[in-house]
Design a binder for this molecule. Structure first.
Ligand SMILES: *Cc1c(COP(=O)(O)O)cnc(C)c1O
Length: 466
């Protein structure tokens, strides 16, 4: 029996899953007690599970299924490429058509002189490439002491040792430690940390921590700064408008390289091809993955500017690469994904249709008694849950308890909306239509109502002191 096409009943699948499948970012014992939800099929923005529920996917998988599920063209391209050349490497002076065509297409779409693509199979791997790339750059420039990379607390850059170290998530650092030479500054999260400052003042203050950190480490020791244009996994934290111009100015002043981690914000998520365009950032390197292939194949990479590519590329061999760098099937599928995005004007759909429509409905959620703020850029949205809007208060109970309860209500209402602490976030497929946006927001509102009623009943609408 082929279990993939003719599978067991849900309870049996869950038992086998618990016995043999070690899940990422999961409490193994907790999941075994509960049983994982088994997803069987996807179509557009819809998922079907093994119990026949039709779920609206407010997260596009993990921020990646930008063109939606079930596009047959991608399956056909993959099958054709597997027939013709399922694998060949790009080491040792060889190449193949899918890698060439995809690199050229990415260079065409990327702004400025970001013209060179180093391929990986994920965002984490690409960020590991970036660490080696920027340190090698300064070696070749005759400044091998420039090694430190500055990043942000609560940023996310993947979960390999390099990616996890760049990220500013303390629970990740706690499991396995972090590599040397990475420093963190505070995040531009005004709602929770802005105190009495205006958003604009706070954006500047947080950006200026970069300058303080550079001076503390010694300007001659800093290789690069890395940041997500909008923090995703950290809770869809949209920075104040003053933040990125100041970061850009400080990087220029000290001549350090700027890496924009566009793994989520790339390929249309913010209503332009790249988040750097939405926020006026001019990076030397961009990290890409996720939406590059709409998640249909694992592929990522670093888009590198002329200067960095010429310096590192002009100094002999760069001792770095992955067996699957530029994998032909993944590259062919990514290329077809980008063709669909262009032919069907998906980025324009986000900018002119889906974002404006969702914005109106999302902003209205800020009126809900449980919601402290509702934010949206392109199709990345977040709401902060609070027991006291005026004070921007946290809940008295353990952080994340209320977010978890809200997420459970969403699940029960066949909506995937993720919780990050007590913040709820969405990033639906970019092809979502206005009528699907109505369904998404109606279900979110119903879930908030139920969560609010439950908190009231259980006496949990209590603000933390201080
Ligand atoms: C998801 C993500 C990564 C890591 O990508 P993987 O493909 O999971 O390794 C890196 N950076 C950002 C901003 C991400 O959202």
């Amino acid at each position: 029996m082929n279990m993939i096409t003719n599978h067991l009943p849900t309870a049996e699948l869950q038992k086998l899953d618990a016995a043999h499948h070690f899940h990422p970012f999961t409490d193994k014992a907790g999941l075994a007690a509960k049983g994982a939800r088994v997803i069987l099929r996807g179509e557009g923005v819809w998922l079907t599970d093994s119990e026949g529920h039709r779920i609206i996917d407010g997260m596009a998988g993990l921020w990646c299924v930008n063109i939606g599920y079930g596009r047959k063209e991608l399956a056909q391209v993959a099958a054709r490429q597997m027939d013709e050349l399922p694998y060949y490497n790009t080491f040792f002076q060889t190449t193949h058509v899918p890698a060439i065509a995809l690199a050229a297409k990415i260079a065409e779409l990327a702004p400025g002189d970001l013209n060179h693509v180093f391929f990986a199979s994920s965002g984490s791997e690409a960020n590991d490439t970036n660490i080696r790339l920027v340190r090698r750059y300064w070696d070749v420039k005759g400044m091998p002491w420039r090694k430190t990379i500055i990043a942000r607390w609560n940023g996310y850059h993947g979960s390999t040792m390099g990616g996890g170290s760049l990220g500013g998530m303390k629970p990740i650092h706690a499991h396995g430690g972090k590599i040397d030479g990475i420093e963190h500054i505070d995040q531009p999260y005004w709602w929770a940390e802005g105190g009495d400052m205006s958003e604009d003042e706070f954006g500047l203050a947080r950006a200026r921590q970069l300058e303080e950190k550079i001076l503390q480490v010694g300007p001659d020791n800093v290789a690069a700064f890395i940041g997500e244009p909008v923090q995703g996994a950290g809770g869809v934290i949209i920075p104040p408008r003053t933040y990125w111009p100041e970061i850009q100015r400080i990087c220029q002043k000290y001549g350090i390289l700027l890496i924009a981690d566009e793994v989520i914000t790339g390929f249309g998520r913010t209503g332009q091809w790249f988040g750097s365009q939405t926020f006026g950032i001019k990076p030397h390197i961009m990290t890409i993955a996720k939406g590059l292939s709409s998640g249909y194949q694992p592929i990522g990479g670093s888009i590198v500017c002329d200067e960095v590519a010429e310096v590192v590329g002009g100094a002999g061999e760069f001792f770095h690469g992955y067996t699957y760098s530029g994998h032909p099937v993944a590259a062919a599928v990514a290329l077809e994904n980008l063709r669909i995005m262009q032919d069907e004007k998906v980025v324009e759909h986000v900018r002119d249709v889906a974002h404006p429509y969702l914005k109106e409905r999302w902003d209205a959620l800020a009126e809900h008694p449980l919601v402290g703020e509702a934010k949206l850029v392109g199709l990345m949205g977040s709401i902060a849950l609070t027991p006291d809007k005026a004070k921007r208060a946290k809940f008295a109970g353990e952080e994340g308890t209320v977010g978890y309860r809200c997420r459970e209500r969403c699940f029960a209402n066949d909506l995937i909306m993720r919780a990050v602490g007590d913040r709820m976030i969405i990033a639906p497929p970019l092809v979502i239509t206005p009528s699907e946006i109505d369904i998404l927001v109606d279900r979110a509102k119903k879930s908030l109502d139920e969560c609010y009623a439950g908190l009231k009943k259980d006496g949990l609408l209590v603000a933390r002191e201080g």
